[in-house]
Write a new protein. Structure first.
Ligand code: ADP
Length: 161
């Protein structure tokens, strides 16, 4: 059984993330979608809300598990029996950070490979941050996120205005 983990903030999940998940699932029998708390980012949604939104957004759930994790990513991946860490690459701007993280993780645990997947070009500019900014300003986000996330963001910002 080939197992991978796809870690991220997913604050919230976008169609770009979903495209990476779909591609990863074609390669691996089981993909753990692992929601992390990045202390450098100030999340809009709690971990449990983010997990709930991911679960609702997955149309095909077979071979996919959603959970949160704390601590070192390589320790988590090892504990789950994963051989790979999946990361998505958008523009060149992602590369520096992703490159550093992949090498650091490899140094700590050479048994686990980081695998980069590209998204469809139509999601290559898409980030959770842009989606939040557009939603905050009242713009349409229907082409960027699954319907359940669109609804959540709309409700949230409607209350704040
Ligand atoms: P992180 O805080 O770990 O960067 P994100 O939720 O922003 O968490 O992203 C998780 C992973 O998904 C990262 O590897 C990121 O590059 C990738 N990703 C995010 N959006 C897209 C997209 N539109 N296309 C491809 N990869 C993406």
């Amino acid at each position: 059984m080939k197992i991978a983990v796809y870690p991220g903030s997913f604050d919230p999940i976008t169609n770009g993330h979903l495209d990476v998940i779909r591609r990863a699932r074609k390669i691996f029998d089981l993909v753990y979608i692992a929601v992390i708390t990045n202390p450098e980012k100030d999340p809009l949604f709690s971990i449990s809300k983010r997990i709930e939104m991911i679960q609702q957004a997955l149309t095909l759930k077979k071979g996919l598990k959603v959970e949160s994790f704390k601590g070192l990513l390589v320790d988590y991946a090892r504990a789950r029996g994963a051989t790979s860490i999946i990361r998505g690459l958008r523009a060149v701007s992602d590369f520096d950070y992703e490159f550093q993280m992949a090498i650091t993780n490899y140094k700590m645990c050479p048994q686990i490979e980081t695998l980069f997947l590209m998204t469809d070009y139509k999601y290559s500019y898409l980030s959770s941050n842009f989606v939040k900014q557009i939603a905050r300003l009242g713009g349409s986000i229907s082409q960027f996120v699954p319907p359940n996330v669109e609804k959540k963001l709309k409700n949230l910002f409607a209350k704040r205005i």
